[in-house]
Write a protein that binds this ligand. Sequence first.
Ligand SMILES: Cc1ncc(COP(=O)(O)O)c(C=O)c1O
Length: 458
Amino acid sequence: MPDQMISNSQIIGAYREKTPGSEKLSMEANEVLPSGIAHDSRYLKPYALYIDKADGPHKWDVDGNRYVDYFGGHGALLLGHCHPEVTEAVQSALGAGTQFGANHPREVEWANQVIKMVPSVERVRFTSSGTEATLMALRLSRSFTGKTKFIRFKTHFHGWHDHMTTGYANHFDGTATAGVLDNIASNVILVSPQDISEIKSVIASDDDIAAVIVEPTGSSFGMVPMGEEFLASVREITSANGILLIFDEVVTGFRCAPGGAQEAYGITPDLTTMAKILAGGLPGGAVGGRKEILEELDFEKTAERGREKIQHPGTFNANPVSATAGITALKIIETTDACQRANESASWLRDQFNKTFEEKNISWAAYGTFSGVHIFMNKGGIPLQPSNFDAAAIPYKELKNKDPQLVTKLRLAMAINGVDFNNSPGAQLSAVHTRDDLELTVGAFSEALDMLKCDGEL
Ligand SMILES: Cc1ncc(COP(=O)(O)O)c(C=O)c1O
């Protein structure tokens, strides 16, 4: 954002006035952390909030301001911050030791709980993050099929290891991003997330493809939606060609439904990657799937088959504290209407935002699937009616085409009005957002749009 734009903006002035403690910390952080941050999506101009406490659907910054939280721990907190049962279980797990350097009963219980809930999963291998889970899913696919290449959909995000960096935010031509080798990028084939004929023709002309990975509700939890029919076609073509299908359920798992998007859609992948909600708000990930594929990690089975086993250490895999948080959260999700509540709240919020756009004559739209809310900011000026908006009819480049300055100012204006909107921009709902939180959010959104008008942005 140009400096002059910052000094002339009433929104930025009001944000600075409200959050001096965050500004001070950001200056200190800039001296010790690149860009002052620990995760790219926490980068914000002039600086992001510093939070030091959270509870349920709320969090408080270091200046004591309360926000309704729509980051939800990057999607990990379907049950909100500090769910009492999860917190109590974690506290008692901490007292029993955080790292045994040994197998332990809770990893068995955790795996059983995942297998019980996620329809396609017969065996589980725990990791420490979603990135590690997609890395292992890729390695399992190559080892199991003996094939090399890997298909991804443009805009879909699967973590940050070397095979996942092209084509979700940039490098849509498949060229390697900074620090990644060309011959890794060249074994990743990027295809359109909206035109099924592209993946069909790639598969028809190449018999060296190990797997296809997909965010089953479309990229960034439905920002570029992927219809059920499209997904079913991907399942059909991969099965017909001996290619493994990986559902990346790091976000959608235990969220769209207790058994994830695969339960909601009734479509069965070969492998599933999980993280976030899986570990109940603590670090953790897993890859699960068909038994014979996971056996590529099994000492005896690979020896019997005369195959080399995939190596997989990892100091904190299935650590007992994450396992405890995960088991507790998953059992709550399995036995309550948590997913449904979050889905209903998101649907209500989308409707209210669209009414607001119509009242104010703004041709933006709120859309999304399940518990997600995305704001289409219509940079290209497409004629639309917010309440009838069909994101599937908009080209993915247009859905992703956002003015970073406008996104920033919308988020800052929401923060001034007590809401921490995510950087989609939009929201991931939890099961614990109340009607009061949602109403406050609709009011804040209306105020934020007025502030954007005053700042000359609308
Ligand atoms: C769909 C998807 N896959 C994988 C990942 C990577 O997970 P992690 O951040 O735990 O490495 C993310 C993270 O946001 C994600 O959204």
